[in-house]
Structures are given as C-alpha cells and as structure tokens.
Design a protein around this ligand. Structure first.
Ligand code: PEP
Ligand code: MN
Length: 431
C-alpha cells in the first residue's frame, strides 16, 4: 500500500537525516512500519492456517501492547557479547528444547535446563579458558516447521504449542490463535525464572555470569510482527526491534531469499541466526550475510551450520572461505543435531551421540584449516534424564526409548550427554 522501495532510508542514514536531539518524525516511523508490512507481506512458508481470523485479530491486538519478553538493553548487550564471539575471544553455547511445551514449563524444568547450560559453560571455561555467552532455546521456542503438512496418522501435523496441540485429535490439531497469547504468557513466565536463576545462582567460575539470553525460531509471523516494537530511545536512530526474544533465527525451511522470514529478519535490530544445511551454496550464504548484516556489525549475525557428520568436512570449507574472504564478520556456530537424524529400528526419531561428536570435530577441523573462529554450539538438549539420543557415557540404547523418550519434537541430548559434548568441544577449542 504505497510502499516504494526507492524511498527506503537505511537505518544508518537516519543520523544524517535528522538533526541532533531531534525526535524522529512520523514519516520516518511510518516508513519503518511500511517496510515491516511489506516484508511480512512477502510469501511466507510454514504459516498456520488459522481457523478463526477474528480471534486472531483480537490476540494480535493484545500482543501489540504486551510488555517485552526480551528487554531492548539486554538484546543490545547480547550483541556486544556475540561481537566478542565473532572476534574469537568468547564461545557461544545455545541450547534447549526442540519444542518447548506448556505442560513442561515448570520452574524445576527451567532450572534443570539452566543448571545444565551452566555445567556446559563451566566445562568450556575449565577446558579452554574461554568465557561463554549462554543463549537458551527458551521462553518462546513454541513453533515448529514441519516437512509434511500431515503426520503418519493423516492428521494435520503438530506445529508447536503456539499453534496447535500434539494430542492426536482433529479438533485439537486445528491452529488456534488463542495459543499465541498462551505462548506469550508462558514465555513471560520462563524469562522471569531465568532472571531469578541469574540472581540467585551461585557465583560462577571465570568471567561468565549466570545470565541466559533467550532465542527461538522466528517462524509464526503473526506472533513475531505483533511483538516487534519501534525503539526510538536514540532519536537519531529509530529502529525496529523484536521483544519476543533476544536472538531470533531463521530456519532451514523458511530462508527463501525473497520470503517473509528473511525480509523480517533483515529489518529488526536483534542479533539474528541463520540455519544452513548441506545444500546451501557459498555464494548464497554470502548473499544472506550481506542482506542480514549490511553494515557488517560484529555479533549481528550467527550462521548456524547443520550439515551432518558425513557432509560437514566437504560442504563447510567453501562456505566459510566465501564469507571470510569477503572480510565479513559472522559468528560461526555448529548445530550437530539436525543433520544427523534417523529413525531407530523401533520407530523413534533419534540421533547418535557419536555422529554429533563427529560433526563438532569436523566443524572445528574446518575452522582450524581456514583460520577462522569455531564460535559456538547450537544444540537440542534438556536438563532431564531422558533417553532420546543414542550413546554417550551412559550408553543410551534404543531399548531405553519406550520409557525415556519424552520430546515433543526432535530428540534432545540429556543433561549428561550435553555436558559430555561441552567437555569434548572444550578440548577441541583448547587445541
Ligand atoms: C530446529 O532447530 O528445531 C529446526 C527445525 O532446525 P532447522 O531449521 O535447522 O531444520
Ligand atoms: Mn529440532
């Protein structure tokens, strides 16, 4: 509606447009909102087909004035910490459930996750003397992209508690806009617990503190747009910022270059993650880097590589080379989970811990050869004693799945496997 890309003003140029101390005029703000509307108006993959549009409008209106889950100052602080990761002096640990659920959202659950992330952080500090920035897949990881629109029983697929219910009942699988509000409320509860954990946690080793930043996949655009705010605390540089999480990432299935998710991610000031799989072409990755971080701000963009243990050594070098040769500053993170999924003989989606370790090793090898910093890990994990991934010192096996497999979506490392992985990565980082 009247949006003219020719009239776009890049955020950096506001400083030149507006005199010192001047409040941005309505035209500038309207321009940002127009760009947001244009971005989310692009074709968007993996969106729920909401049954009740009237209720959707009501819920979105409520979310538009809801208090932030992620405070703007915290989000900016995360970017400065990620800048240290990009510069090679800090390590990123990002982890949590594949899909958070309303039912498991208790204080005990959140604290067990936080304790495990802390164990991992301390393992990295002990093993590699590296400070860590810790980011949870927490307080908002309630929406899932699916490879098929229906599940094995022919029902609409479960798309995360933000959208529908995992219960195999046709009525409960219908996307329900009231769940957007519930996801927001549950996220608000979780971030309260994370703040409590950071305040009451024991003094920690090294420079790191107990802060856990939040992140999730920016998937359901009705939700993400409603929680995007105009921040004009610096009147010379008004900007759009998401308050739904500190860091948002774009998933492997929704990173269409002309799609809504990439457009949305390119407009917000938050640190952004981009998942890339083995089919990503080096030139395309550099294109994303330019698009998502046009001013090459360190810490702005984390490229989360999920190649699979068999592909990481062959696919990643050219990608890293393309981006590093262009002189761009990114955080390189390794997701050793999503490229290593298979179905067990007894029918569970699983991953082998040895494959996970091997992908991490391959990731470190590639960066050692390239002279770039292996910046961090992105893992699906829980603080509970589950049996979802095979192997590790506790020797989890398929026969443990019938009683120990609890995930709502993808298989997670249990607390012990997660810590073992951190010890393993710390050794590689120390070398
Ligand atoms: C995920 O992180 O749960 C996920 C769906 O990952 P990807 O987009 O890399 O497949
Ligand atoms: Mn997953």
């Amino acid at each position: 509606s009247g949006f003219d890309p020719e009239l776009e003003i890049a955020p950096k140029e506001y400083a030149m447009v507006l005199p010192m101390g001047h409040r941005p005029d309505d035209r500038v703000m309207a321009d940002l909102y127009r760009r947001l509307a244009a971005a989310v108006g692009q074709p968007a993959a993996q969106q729920p087909d909401w049954a009740d549009r009237r209720l959707l409008d009501q819920v979105v209106a409520q979310l538009r004035s809801a208090p932030p889950i992620a405070a703007v100052e915290e989000t900016d602080r995360l970017r400065t910490l990620l800048a240290e990761v990009a510069g090679g002096t800090r390590f990123l640990l990002q982890g949590g459930d594949c899909a958070e659920t309303f039912a498991s959202n208790t204080e005990q659950y959140a604290f067990a996750m936080a304790d495990t992330l802390k164990e991992m952080r301390e393992a990295v500090f002990r093993g590699a003397a590296s400070p860590v920035v810790t980011v949870g897949r927490m307080a908002g990881q309630y929406a899932k992209p699916r490879s098929k629109p229906v599940d094995d029983s022919g029902l609409p697929a479960y798309r995360g508690d933000m959208v529908n219910s995992a219960t195999p009942d046709p009525a409960l699988r219908r996307p329900d806009p009231a769940r957007l509000r519930r996801a927001y409320e549950q996220s608000a509860i979780t971030i309260g617990r994370l703040r409590k954990y950071a305040a009451v946690g024991e003094g920690s080793e090294g420079e790191s503190d107990n802060d856990i930043f939040t992140s999730h996949e920016a998937l359901v655009l009705d939700y993400e747009r409603a929680l995007t705010r105009l921040d004009h605390s610096d009147p010379q540089r008004p900007r759009l910022i998401s308050t739904s999480a500190h860091l948002l990432w774009v998933g492997e299935r929704t990173r269409q270059p002309d799609g809504a998710h990439i457009g949305f991610a390119s407009l917000i000031a938050n640190p952004i993650g981009l998942k890339i799989g083995p089919n990503a072409k080096p030139a395309d990755v550099l294109g994303y880097v330019r698009r998502l971080n046009p001013y090459d701000l360190p810490g702005k963009l984390t490229v989360i590589c999920r190649m699979g243990s068999g592909m990481v050594r062959s696919t990643l070098p050219a990608i890293v080379d393309e981006v590093e040769s262009a002189g761009r500053q990114v955080v390189w993170a390794c997701d050793p989970m999503h490229g290593n999924t298979f179905v067990s003989t007894n029918g569970y989606k699983t991953r082998h811990f040895d494959d996970i370790l091997d992908e991490v090793r391959g990731f470190f090898e590639v960066h050692a050869a390239q002279g770039s910093h292996p910046g961090g890990l992105h893992v699906e994990m829980t603080g509970e004693d589950v049996a979802e991934c095979i192997g590790g010192l506790a020797d989890i096996r398929e026969r443990d799945f019938p009683h120990g497999y609890l995930t709502a979506c993808d298989p997670r490392l249990n607390a012990q496997q997660a810590t073992e992985l951190a010890v393993y990565a710390a050794d590689l980082l120390a070398d």
